[in-house]
Design a binder for this molecule. Structure first.
Ligand code: PLP
Length: 376
């Protein structure tokens, strides 16, 4: 099913319209796969109904979302804790807007650009502490994080699983981070949008808010069916905020600026959480095989490096030894990757391997040619 080549140029979308036709796009984080059939059927049925009046979040959707979260992350959440928002990025902005003008934000780098754009958008200082390589994967530098916490720091923006790099933080790592956050009395905004795309069989997604009561009460967890079921264009996500006062602050910070989620987004989310499990299982299997191809490609080129990619369909490739701008190099050979510089990762590229294997092979062949033509 994931092998099917689907023409996306015939419909409006960001990924396939950024570059000329000669370029294969492998940048923005959506996949070239059809959503699960149960989602497509539910959307058809809802469209056929024909009346599209104002629509809120149904109890049924809340119930299936809670059941999914309990089953997959062993986290018991209450429907009252949910605030539906059109996207995870808007929720990050809403969270930064909650802070007082003098308060500042801490995060890590390299990172998905909105982690430093959201604080700036809300006129807040942001410090991004680089991750470090440890035992073959990217992880926190706890000492550097502690040193970076200034008296004005009030919020830690966490990305787990991590984009880019694909680290799935362990219970020990999250507990250690949690201790630092508690010592300095910070809030956490935890973006867990990639939680369902774990490719490493040894890894397990742990919502940081599920670790203990204290962390639950200082954390805004952001989740969505968008990456999981490839429905990002339906703009449906939610914040889970167990603490009632924090939830009210978040809602007040939205201040009537978020009109809620479109009814088709709500329809798709319910169908996906209810019936998308088999599709998701098959997707993860397919992505793992794609990752093997990417890893084999990197292994062939000693000037490239890829650490342990535990999650996501986004490979974070270290090209610093090439001595040229890798984004430009690969683009000139017909591959449109994400430029590491945009993530504060100069010399890296991010390759989206959420595509049919035939497309991925073509992408890797073009990259191979680019490297063969680039002298040592
Ligand atoms: C870590 C992370 N957060 C958020 C988003 C975007 O979320 P949304 O489309 O819901 O705003 C992405 C998309 O690539 C992402 O990788």
């Amino acid at each position: 099913m994931f092998d099917t080549l689907i023409d996306r140029r015939s419909v409006s979308n960001e990924k396939w319209s950024r570059y000329p036709e000669a370029v294969l796009p492998a940048w923005v984080a959506d996949m070239d796969f059809k959503a699960p059939q149960c989602v497509i059927d539910a959307l058809h049925e809802r469209v056929e109904h024909g009346v599209f009046g104002y629509t809120g979040v149904s109890q049924d959707l809340l119930d299936v979302a809670c059941a999914f979260i309990q089953k997959h992350y062993n986290w018991h959440v209450n429907p009252e804790w949910f605030v539906f928002v059109s996207g995870v990025v808007p929720s990050m902005n809403v969270t930064c807007k909650m802070l007082e003008p003098s308060q500042s934000v801490l995060t890590t780098s390299p990172i998905y650009p909105h982690f430093f754009k959201a604080p700036k958008m809300m006129n807040k200082e942001v410090t991004a502490v680089p991750l470090v390589e440890k035992e073959g994967r990217w992880t926190f530098d706890f000492e550097a994080l502690k040193r970076a916490i200034s008296p004005t720091c009030k919020l830690f923006l966490l990305c787990n699983p991590y984009n880019p790099g694909g680290t799935v933080f362990t219970k020990e790592e999250l507990t250690h981070l949690g201790e630092i956050v508690k010592t300095h009395n910070l809030l956490i905004c935890s973006d867990e949008i990639h939680a369902d795309l774990l490719l490493d069989p040894k890894a397990r997604h742990i919502p940081i808010a599920s670790l203990d009561e204290d962390l639950a009460h200082r954390t805004i967890t952001l989740m969505a069916p968008s990456k999981t079921f490839n429905i990002a264009g339906l703009n449906c996500s939610f914040a889970i905020i167990p603490d009632a006062a924090l939830r009210r602050r978040f809602q007040a910070s939205m201040g009537g600026l978020n009109g809620g989620v479109n009814l088709l987004g709500l329809t798709a989310a319910k169908a996906a959480y209810e019936g998308g499990e088999a599709w998701l299982e098959a997707l993860r299997f397919y992505l793992k095989e794609n990752l093997l191809l990417v890893q084999a490609f990197v292994a062939k080129h000693p000037r490239l490096k890829l650490l342990d990619q535990q999650a996501t369909f986004l490979a974070w490739i270290d090209c610093r030894d090439l001595g040229v701008n890798p984004y430009e190099l690969f683009l000139s050979h017909g591959v449109g990757l994400s430029n590491g510089k945009d993530f504060l990762g100069e010399g890296f590229v991010r390759l989206n391997f959420g595509c049919p294997r035939q497309t991925l092979k073509e992408i890797l062949e073009r990259m191979d040619t680019a490297l063969l033509r680039t002298p040592n």
